[in-house]
Every structure is written in structure tokens, then in C-alpha cells.
Ligand binder design. Structure first.
Ligand SMILES: Nc1nc2c(ncn2[C@@H]2O[C@H](COP(=O)(O)OP(=O)(O)OP(=O)(O)O)[C@@H](O)[C@H]2O)c(=O)[nH]1
Ligand SMILES: [Mg+2]
Length: 499
């Protein structure tokens, strides 16, 4: 991940810089503050129920194991991870004061924070990790199940209880939300869906800024290859949850953490090689269950086997043993790379890097423009107001700024403020969500001219809808969609022309 602010917000930031220098005192300060916020890294918050694997995922994203994943009081606290010039943990108290702590001897957030739990607002962790240069990650606690009857299956699905105010604040301040869940939602599981929707409504999340993560898919297939089951399941979940998240990505967070944080030692790999030398039958019995794996007699020490279970779990171990049996000379680095690919994490990273970044760029730019509008409206000097409004107008007139309007109307539709026929709603959401013509038009692999024609056809359909029978609100949405598809067909044709 090594992108600065995206092109749209960079353009708005440029506008702030240009106009800023020609403005009067307080207006100038406000405009320069907007510019500063536009340059801050993307904030992604991780939400989900207790023990779904949120912290494991946070560690994978940072590439270091710093968040406690099993025990410790900080799994009950909101923790922000951001870039800093030295590693530091600040306990931010409710009164705003801070107490700084070092990381513990294993490089993790200390289990004891030395401040009473009730007095803590959140934890602000600064790390020298390069991954954080353009990504701030917020880990949130899964909700306590202590005061909640376990029988209430619907609530158990995503959150065990109501969101606590700290988590709610952290999540609603984020530009993107990743929902982690571990069991599948079916279309007929209405209660689970309702729970999902009510949480997402409270966080004002929508398909534009939210992504679903189907975690622990290694648990799906009883030790066998989970991907033939996980991929179609995730696809149907995405369908069911389409009003809440743009996509559902299946992952094995544990394998991603272990490989990304470099936790597999030479001794671990030696133990795996030792296991790969056993007869196929011995391997099968050993890997049939975690209990058997721990308790059978075997040339690898019990302690070492328990460590492998913590690092890889049964599927990861089976995968590594199979890879080493097939290729005994496989180098350790290559084994780690194979395990990383098997975690499904590359697809998540790609989704965050591309789709999310592009979308949040547009969301940020939109936020920046409306902040500037407000500043223009509030300024005392007419000359300043005019200067700002002119600058905003110049930006909005550019074709690429049409994506801001698209995102705005898609949000209106997904929030239920404007009703559309289901097929059109899907079409609009896809148009607003991506820059990839084949994905938007659902025509993977189609040649340019075919894509251009499909985009033009869509534009025509939306125009027809706008003029015939649509309500004024629908017509406004339809005009934006029409222009969006028209611009898309132009972009595809120009691209094809250059090749
Ligand atoms: N098998 C398997 N275990 C996983 C996976 N992801 C996480 N775990 C394990 O699940 C347990 C809980 O993971 P955490 O990351 O602490 O979950 P969490 O959501 O942060 O938990 P809380 O903060 O306490 O709500 C840990 O023992 C992880 O090692 C996975 O993909 N597969
Ligand atoms: Mg946690």
C-alpha cells in the first residue's frame, strides 16, 4: 500500500492551497485545515462480534503482531493504530489526558495498562510500520455476551449486544468499515439480516464504504480445502448483504497474520518438514482433529505441535505438510508465500487498495467540497466567498468529478431515500462503486467495443427512465446515472482507441 491521497481529493487539496493563499485570516485557516485533513491516511475500522478475528486481521494489515488476540483487557477497548516516527502506546483517558507506555517485551500492546478501565477512552498506538503510512486501522471490541442471553441467535450473529458508545464513535468516524463475521447469513435468515441492517444504519454505513469479511473459512471444510466451499458461499452472502456491503471477501485471518507478521520460525518449518516425512496414513490420523494432533505419539514434541496449532490451525498445518510432501526441497520462504496465498488475504488487500481507496478518495473529496461550501457560506468577506465558489465550480465541472455525484445518489438509493426497481439499483451501485468497466457491466473478459456498446445502452435506458414515468427524485438519480454511463462508454472507447 503506497498511494498518497487519491486524485480527486488531491485536486480538492490543490484547490485549498491555491485559494488559501489569497484568502483572509480565519477563512484561510479553515481552508488550510480542510487541506490537511484531505491528506490524512484512509481510516478503516474493523467491526464484528466477539472473537470473530478482528484483532488477528488488524495484525495482518499492519504486518506486525501488536494487537492482543486472545486475552488482556485491551481486547475490550477501542484501539487506533497509526503511523508514527517511534513506537508508542498512549492510553487516552476520558478527560483527554494521555499516559504513554512502551510496547511489551514481545512488541505487543501491554496487557496491563496501569489506568483503571473506567477512566480509559481509547488507546492510540503509533507505530513505525510502513504499512500505516497511508492507512489508519481502528480495532474495536466485540460486544460482551455477559449480560445477554445466548439463546438470542439473531443478535449473536453480528454483535452480541448493543454497541458501546466508544465503539460507535470510533466506527462512525471511519471512512471505511470492514465487518468481520464467521458464520453464513442466508436470505431466509431474516433476523440475522435485520441485526446486520440495524447496526449498519446506526453507523451510517452503506455499500459504498463497507466491506464484509467472511473469516475463519478454514473451519468450513473439516481440515480439507475450504476454498471450493468458501468462494461460492461468500458470493451468495454478498448477494444477501448487498444493501449493507459492496462485497464479501472470504479469508483465513490466522494464516494471514502468521505469514504477514513473520511468525513462522525456522524451528516451526523444521517441525513441518518432520511431519511431512511421516507416512500418509500417520499424517491422516494426526491431522484428523486438533485433539489427535496434540495427543498422538510423534517425533515432533507436543509443545511444538501446540505452537503450530496456534500459528496455523489444522488446515494451515495440513496445507503446509501437503506442500512439503509434494516438494520436499521447498524453501521456507516459498512455503510462507504459499501459505499467504492460501489465506485469501491478497484479494482483501487488493480490494482495500483499489476499490476502497478509489471510493474513499471520492468520499473524501466530496466531504472536502462541502466543507469548502460551508466555509464560503460563513465567511464575512464577499470577495473570499466569490473566490472560493469559483474555485469549487471549476473543480465540479470536470468530467471525473461526476463520480462524486454518482456516489451521492447511490448513497441516497441504498439509504432507501429514493426507490428504484431492484435491477436498476444494482446497476447504479456497481457504477458508483468501481472504475472497472467490465465489473460495472458484469461482462468479465468482454472486448472494448462490446463494453462501450453496453455502457451506451445502459445510458439510453436510464435516460428513457428519467423522462418516462419516474418521480422527480428518481429522475434526478436517473440523469446522474445516464451521464455516468455515457462518460463510461466514452472512457472505454478512448481506452480502446489508444491500444
Ligand atoms: N482457525 C482460525 N482461527 C482464527 C482465524 N482468525 C482468528 N482466529 C483465532 O480466533 C481467536 C480470536 O481472534 P481475535 O483476533 O482475538 O478475535 P477478536 O474479534 O479480536 O476478539 P475480541 O476482540 O475479543 O472480540 C484467536 O485465537 C485467533 O487466533 C482464522 O481465520 N482461522
Ligand atoms: Mg480483539
Amino acid at each position: 500500500m503506497s498511494m498518497g491521497p487519491g486524485p480527486l481529493s488531491a485536486r480538492v487539496a490543490g484547490l485549498c492551497a491555491e485559494a488559501g493563499h489569497r484568502l483572509g485570516g480565519p477563512t484561510q485557516a479553515a481552508v488550510l485545515d480542510v487541506r490537511k485533513r484531505l491528506g490524512e491516511p484512509l481510516r478503516v475500522a474493523i467491526a464484528g462480534r466477539l472473537k470473530s478475528g478482528k484483532s488477528t486481521l488488524v495484525n495482518s494489515l499492519i504486518g506486525r503482531r501488536v494487537a492482543q488476540t486472545e486475552v488482556g483487557e485491551c481486547t475490550r477497548l477501542v484501539t487506533q493504530f497509526r503511523y508514527g516516527t517511534s513506537d508508542r502506546v498512549d492510553v487516552v483517558k476520558r478527560d483527554g489526558s494521555r499516559a504513554s507506555l512502551p510496547l511489551d517485551e514481545s512488541g505487543m500492546i501491554p496487557q496491563r495498562l496501569g489506568v483503571p478501565r473506567q477512566a480509559i477512552g481509547y488507546i492510540d498506538c503509533m507505530l513505525t510500520s510502513d504499512r500505516l503510512r497511508d492507512l489508519t486501522v481502528v480495532d474495536t471490541p466485540g460486544l460482551s455476551s455477559t449480560n445477554n442471553p445466548i439463546s438470542d441467535e439473531s443478535k449473536k450473529f453480528l454483535f452480541d449486544d448493543d454497541l458501546d458508545p466508544d465503539s460507535q464513535g470510533a466506527l462512525s468516524g471511519a471512512e471505511a468499515i470492514v465487518y468481520v463475521f464467521t458464520q453464513s447469513v442466508r436470505a431466509d435468515d431474516l433476523e440475522a439480516l435485520e441485526a446486520f441492517r440495524s447496526v449498519s444504519a446506526r453507523l451510517s454505513s452503506n455499500p459504498i464504504n463497507s466491506l464484509g469479511l467472511f473469516n475463519k473459512v478454514d473451519k468450513l471444510a473439516g481440515g480439507g480445502d475450504p476454498w471450493p466451499v468458501a468462494s461460492p458461499l461468500a458470493k451468495s452472502q454478498a448477494e444477501v448483504l448487498r444493501r449493507v456491503v459492496s462485497d464479501v471477501v472470504p479469508v483465513i485471518g490466522l494464516l494471514a497474520e502468521t505469514t504477514e507478521a513473520g511468525r513462522l520460525t525456522a524451528a516451526d518449518c523444521e517441525a513441518l518438514r518432520e511431519l511431512a516425512k511421516l507416512s500418509e496414513q500417520d499424517q491422516q490420523i494426526l491431522l484428523a482433529s486438533a485433539d489427535l494432533f496434540k495427543s498422538r505419539d510423534c517425533s515432533v514434541s507436543r509443545e511444538q505441535r501446540e505452537r503450530l496449532l496456534r500459528l496455523l490451525d489444522l488446515y494451515g498445518i495440513s496445507f503446509a505438510v501437503a506442500a512439503l510432501s509434494a516438494e520436499p526441497q521447498l524453501a521456507t520462504g516459498d512455503l510462507v508465500r504459499k501459505l499467504f496465498l492460501a489465506s485469501g488475504f491478497p484479494r482483501l488487500r487488493e480490494t482495500l487498495d483499489q476499490a476502497f481507496r478509489w471510493r474513499t478518495d471520492a468520499i473524501k473529496a466530496g466531504w472536502g467540497l462541502s466543507a469548502l461550501e460551508k466555509i464560503a457560506g460563513g465567511t464575512q468577506r464577499p470577495a473570499d466567498r466569490e473566490l472560493l465558489r469559483d474555485a469549487i465550480e471549476r473543480v465540479i465541472q470536470q468530467p471525473e468529478y461526476h463520480s462524486l455525484k454518482l456516489i451521492e445518489v447511490a448513497q441516497q438509493v441504498s439509504a432507501g431515500n429514493v426507490e428504484l426497481p431492484e435491477r436498476m439499483e444494482v446497476e447504479l451501485t456497481r457504477l458508483a462503486l468501481s472504475r472497472d468497466p467490465a465489473w460495472i457491466l458484469d461482462m468479465a473478459g468482454a472486448p472494448g467495443p462490446q463494453l462501450a456498446k453496453a455502457a451506451l445502452d445502459a445510458a439510453t435506458r436510464w435516460r428513457a427512465f428519467a423522462v418516462a414515468g419516474a418521480s422527480p427524485a428518481q429522475a434526478r438519480v436517473a440523469h446522474v446515472a445516464h451521464r455516468g454511463f455515457y462518460l463510461l462508454s466514452q472512457r472505454v472507447r478512448e481506452h480502446a482507441g489508444r491500444q
